[in-house]
Design a binder for this molecule. Structure first.
Ligand SMILES: *[C@@H]1O[C@H](CO)[C@@H](O)[C@H](O)[C@H]1NC(C)=O
Length: 862
């Protein structure tokens, strides 16, 4: 039966504002496609569909103008290299539409009309998302019971150290003072995009919101867990909304409601994942997402167009336009060198990315670092796990953990804040994180000062989330102005080009070879650009790069701001052997938040200068996001249909076909593969910089980049076209600069010491610091050595990555700018004796003097 277009349109209009239950999918008998249609002016949707041999099923989730189509499965699946029949039919129409010969024939005209009515077309293939779940392990003895003045009868409350930490009272979510204020999450709806949610559990049945729940794996209404390992969503939901009763423990927002959207119980298609991210988005405040691409240190993957479109839809339309709050776990691949900037969900400007700190306040080695980390929240490590509700009538889990469990703790805090201030927008939530996060481990060398004066760490983000500080600040908060942005032009080097060949293959052409000391390029942001783009205050910065390389894990990417602040965007990844480079990959950094963006931004790309591997830098572009000067002129961002090609097509090709047969259809491995089995037991650390081989610490305003790029500019003009001479002079100048930076860093280190001292006095319990030292080892200069030695003890038997780093120093690692000389000196300057023997430094670093040949790429001004 064919519905007339007008009827379909009216159905569409009437259903876009209610949560629609998706039609059941029959992947075994049908192929599914998503088609974005231009709307009223084009060829009617039904006609477009029938010209492709397909029928319309329904609107694709909450995406207006985007439709789910299906065809009966062909008897034979297309073989490798053969196009899918629907995609082939569309390509055929495209070919006919572009034929010049019989351009007047009706056939051609109709083909043209159909083609121009289609914005986007994609085959749907279910794929498996990876849950960031801990394996079942026996917990150690829990800390002794804490006095309970709150009259809670939940039997396991006394073991929920993340709520009341008797042993290290400065390390907990600090929610109990918020409960004393009468705030417990009432009227706030949270949604768990996860595996099942046990809505019959005594702890969750009164919190469960059935209306906004759905099972996208089984395509049934309720997210009932199935299979023995389906307990992750229930545990996460318990952390937020477990009721104050006689079962288990309590959630941080124990009067909040919880919906379950099951997407990790099996494979899922893109359209369903997109729908899940918008499921119930008029009513849901916060989406808890403890999943993503694999955390094996080898994967670099982000959301595809439909999913990015759904996220932006949630930001623009969710919660009555205040924006859905997406909370993502940073990832559990820390021991595999994995970084959250290689995950397109966690490095999105729209996510609050949460890493872990453990019950002693230390950084667990599994927790991933990156410049997109916003905050940390308490989770497993140093001997303790998260205690929460488990699947079953009155079951409890004492083995929950990983960054999976850090994210729901943040969700709980945001639920408390939304009860106090339901008007907070998605960006207010982020601002409040940055404003109120608590510094942990102030002497950790990973803390670096931003231009705003605030400290930032790739490991902890802006610090540990503190419910009381957060909610107090929220109560008095003035809402931020709407969002504005600058997207700079895309710069190409030496005619650098990239073509996306599908099948995760890319063809790179041109570009500048990555020189031994790295390649630098500058881009200037002017005051006029800010005015023109209505941008007042800077928040997120995105950098998109096109880099080819025979070993992706060798590549390091850094960004230096006009004020000399450095963001490490990519650190080395020992196990990342991919030869596909960075095909227009987007990195995001929070380290320039609040900084004046006017001036020269410099990106630096370098590799390990190995004999085996090399690559080219082909191009880059930047996006600066922040708040608007004039709220009246602010607009809502529309996610563009773009491909990764370099240069980007001026106007996006219409339509874009995105056939996932051409992308990967491999299913991900089990989530538990990447969270180490000892995630709750292994001792955390607080003395290792996240990126030890990065090219030195950022300078103060007048040093480092300014002096660095100054001499580089000079050098480039001196030796244009004389590479040998350049290398020689480069080496000499390097020695001079290294000397100068040496002296400067001594001074810098002393200043830093002063900063830390005052911080410690203001914010930190001194005995906590002492405690950490005792935990880490014997105290004093050899602390870190002791910490690593303890990792090597036979009782702690599964730290392969850590061990191999000690036993097998990759010799080329960290051959960065002034890394060998200068880091050695810092402890003697009195900064922090605890990382004198920092193992990833000496043992991973080459003993050769770094011959740094800086090579500046000719600049193009945007
Ligand atoms: C990389 O090395 C290969 C083999 O030595 C060489 O053919 C190629 O030109 C090099 N590429 C660059 C960009 O230097």
């Amino acid at each position: 039966m064919k519905l007339p277009w007008t009827l379909l349109a009216s159905i569409a209009i009437s259903t876009t504002h209610v949560t629609s239950t998706p039609a059941k999918r029959y992947y075994s008998s049908h192929n599914y496609y998503v088609l974005e249609h231009t709307g009223d002016n084009g060829t009617p949707l039904e006609e477009v569909a029938s010209s492709l041999g397909a029928e319309v099923v329904e609107q694709a989730g909450e995406l207006r103008g985007t439709w789910l189509l299906r065809t009966p499965k062909p008897l034979l699946e297309p073989r490798d290299g053969e196009s899918d029949p629907v995609i082939a039919a569309f390509e055929d129409l495209q070919a006919r539409a572009s034929s010049h010969l019989s351009s007047r024939s009706e056939d051609v005209l109709s083909a043209r009309q159909i083609v121009s009515s289609v914005v986007f077309l994609e085959r749907q293939v279910p794929r498996e998302l990876v849950k960031r779940a801990p394996p079942s392990v026996r917990p150690p003895a829990t800390p002794s019971a804490v006095a309970n003045r709150l009259g809670l009868k939940d039997p396991l409350f006394t073991e929920q150290w993340h709520l009341v930490n008797g042993e290290f009272p400065e390390h907990m979510m600090n929610a109990t003072p918020v409960w004393d204020m009468g705030l417990t999450g009432k009227g706030v709806l949270t949604s768990f995009l996860d595996d099942g949610l046990d809505f019959e559990s005594d702890d969750l049945k009164d919190a469960f919101d059935a209306k906004n729940s759905y099972d996208f794996n089984a395509h049934v209404a309720l997210p009932r867990p199935t299979g023995i390992r389906d307990h992750h969503g229930t545990r996460c939901a318990g952390q937020v909304a477990a009721r104050k009763n006689e079962a288990c423990g309590v959630g941080i927002a124990f009067d909040a409601m919880a919906a379950g959207v099951r997407i990790l119980g099996g494979p899922i298609s893109t359209v369903d994942e997109a729908h899940a991210l918008n499921y119930g988005f008029k009513e849901v405040g916060i989406y808890s997402c403890s999943w993503g691409p694999r955390d094996n240190g080898q994967t670099m993957e982000g959301p595809s167009y439909l999913i990015r479109k759904a996220v932006v839809n949630g930001i623009n339309e969710g919660r009555d336009g205040k924006g859905s709050i997406f909370v993502f776990a940073s990832g559990n691949g820390g021991r595999q060198d994995d970084q959250c900037n290689f995950d397109g969900y966690t490095n999105s400007i729209y996510s609050v990315t949460v890493s872990s700190v453990d019950y002693k306040g230390l950084h667990p080695s599994y927790s991933e670092a990156c410049a997109a980390n916003m905050i940390s929240a308490y989770s497993s490590g140093s001997g303790n796990h998260i205690v929460t509700t488990d699947r079953g009538k009155s079951e409890c889990s004492k083995t929950h953990g990983g960054t999976s469990a850090a994210a729901p703790n943040a969700v709980g805090v945001f639920a408390l804040a939304l009860e106090a201030r339901p008007d907070l927008t998605w960006r207010d939530i982020q601002h409040l994180c940055i404003k109120t996060a608590r510094i942990v481990n102030p002497s950790d060398p990973d803390w670096e000062k931003m231009a705003s004066g605030q400290l930032y760490s790739y490991k902890y983000g802006f610090g540990a989330l503190d419910a009381w500080a957060y909610v107090k600040a929220a109560q008095e908060w003035s809402l931020v102005k709407p969002q504005a942005w600058i997207h700079t032009k895309t710069v190409q080097f030496n005619n650098g080009k990239m073509f996306d060949l599908g099948h995760k293959k890319y063809k790179y052409e041109g570009g500048e070879a990555i020189a031994p000391g790295g390649n630098k390029a500058k881009m200037t942001i002017t005051k006029e650009m800010l005015t023109e783009n209505n941008l007042e205050a800077l928040e997120h910065v995105e950098v998109r790069v096109w880099i080819s390389h025979t070993k992706r894990g060798d590549v390091q990417v850094e960004l230096f701001s006009p004020n000399g602040i450095r963001s490490v965007l990519a650190g080395t990844r020992e196990f990342d052997e991919a030869d596909t480079g960075f095909p227009g990959w987007r990195f995001m950094t929070l380290k320039h938040w609040g900084e004046n963006p006017i001036g020269d931004w410099t990106v630096k790309v370098f590799d390990q200068n190995s004999d085996e591997h090399n690559g080219t830098f082909l191009g880059w572009t930047m996006a600066l996001w922040g708040s608007a000067i004039d709220p009246q002129k602010a607009t809502k961002f529309v996610e563009p249909v773009i491909d990764n090609a370099l240069p980007p097509s001026q106007s996006p090709p219409r339509p874009v076909i995105n056939d996932p047969d051409v992308q990967s259809t491999t299913q991900h491995a089990k989530p538990t593969d990447d969270l180490p089995a000892d995630h709750g037991h292994a001792t955390g650390e607080n003395s290792n910089p996240a990126f030890p081989s990065a090219t030195g610490k950022p300078g103060s305003q007048e040093d480092d980049v300014d002096s660095g790029s100054g001499w580089l500019d000079h050098m480039t003009s001196l030796v244009t076209g004389q590479k040998l001479l350049f290398a020689g002079i480069g080496a000499i100048v390097t020695m001079m600069v290294v000397g100068a930076v040496f002296v400067w860093r001594r001074r810098q280190a002393r200043q830093k010491m002063a900063n830390y001292t005052s911080l410690a006095a203001d914010d930190i319990h001194m005995d906590a610091i002492g405690q950490e030292r005792i935990i880490a080892g014997s105290g004093g200069p050899r602390t870190t050595r002791a910490l690593y030695d303890s990792f090597g003890e036979p009782s702690t038997d599964d730290l392969p990555a850590q061990r191999s780093a000690n036993v097998n120093p990759p010799s080329a690692r960290g051959l960065g700018f002034h890394s060998s000389f200068l880091d050695d000196d810092e402890p003697s300057a009195g900064l922090s004796p605890s990382y004198r023997d920092e193992p990833t430094g000496h043992e991973r670093r080459s003993i050769d003097s770094p011959v740094v040949v800086e090579h500046e790429i000719p600049l193009e001004r945007p």
